[in-house]
Design a binder for this molecule. Structure first.
Ligand code: AP5
Length: 215
């Protein structure tokens, strides 16, 4: 891996594009944290915190959590020492308001990697995804099955299907992506830091393309 790789990275892409899967692999390789607003919200929901109670309804319906709640959460997370050497933002920003907030907060971004995956493939990936309750590792019933059905390879944790994997929520999430998040492709292209990559292929191949995009 080149020493000159970008280390402040945004992963942009529709639900099911593989952002979480590839961010986890890249995070281990580069030694920088994966900051997933989706994971942070899911953890808050599981712990039934005030934030989790606020976010749950939006998430289950496939809608975005309100901008200000999300911006505050992200800013708090970015204060942590582990983010000082770099980070992979997985799922943030998702609206122009969030992108503007990031820009004015003084958090510089080196590269935005935008994943392109056809809708039919997204649907297949989303309906078959399974997530570990303990560590958040991501599997797929046919694309990436665990060694023992229903159990995480890493820690034996129970694998579950997210609430937002129900067909109505998936439909809504894809619509929300097109309307509210896809405009960020043009937003970051204009800033000259966007690289679009093909998200089709086994995760290792996609990861190779990401390395090329950030070097
Ligand atoms: P979030 O958790 O961010 O969900 P998402 O962006 O909709 O993305 P997903 O996690 O569904 O997909 P992914 O691209 O990470 O793909 P994955 O790697 O899992 O957000 C959830 C909710 O939180 C939002 O709806 C919203 O309510 C709220 N939220 C979060 N951030 C917010 C924000 N900034 N503002 C407001 N609200 C926010 O892969 C999917 C499946 O495909 C897996 O099964 C995987 O095994 C498989 N797969 C992955 N890569 C490949 C491959 N190359 N080939 C074959 N299969 C693959």
């Amino acid at each position: 891996m080149s020493a000159t790789s970008a280390k402040r990275i945004i992963f942009l892409g529709p639900p099911g594009a593989g952002k979480g899967t590839i961010a986890s692999m890249l995070s281990h390789e580069l030694g920088i944290p994966q900051v997933s607003t989706g994971d942070l919200f899911r953890s808050a929901v599981a712990k039934e915190t005030a934030l989790g109670k606020k976010a749950k309804g939006y998430m289950d319906r496939g809608e975005l959590v309100p901008d200000q709640v999300t911006i505050d959460l992200l800013k708090e997370c970015m204060q942590e020492p582990k983010c000082k050497q770099g980070f992979i933002l997985d799922g943030f920003p998702r609206t122009v308001i969030q992108a503007d907030a990031l820009a004015v907060s003084g958090i510089d971004i080196d590269r935005v990697v935008s994943f392109t995956v056809p809708e039919q493939e997204l649907l297949q990936r989303l309906v078959g995804r399974m997530t570990c309750r303990k560590c958040g590792a991501i599997y797929h019933v046919s694309n990436l099955p665990p060694k023992i059905p229903g159990k995480c390879d890493r820690d034996g944790g129970e694998l579950y299907q997210r609430e937002d994997q129900k067909p109505e929520a998936i439909k809504k999430r894809l619509q929300v992506y097109k309307e509210q998040t896809a405009p960020l492709i043009t937003y970051y292209r204009k800033k000259g830091i966007l690289v679009e990559i093909d998200g089709i292929g086994i995760p290792k191949e996609v990861l190779k393309r990401v390395h090329a995009a950030i070097s």
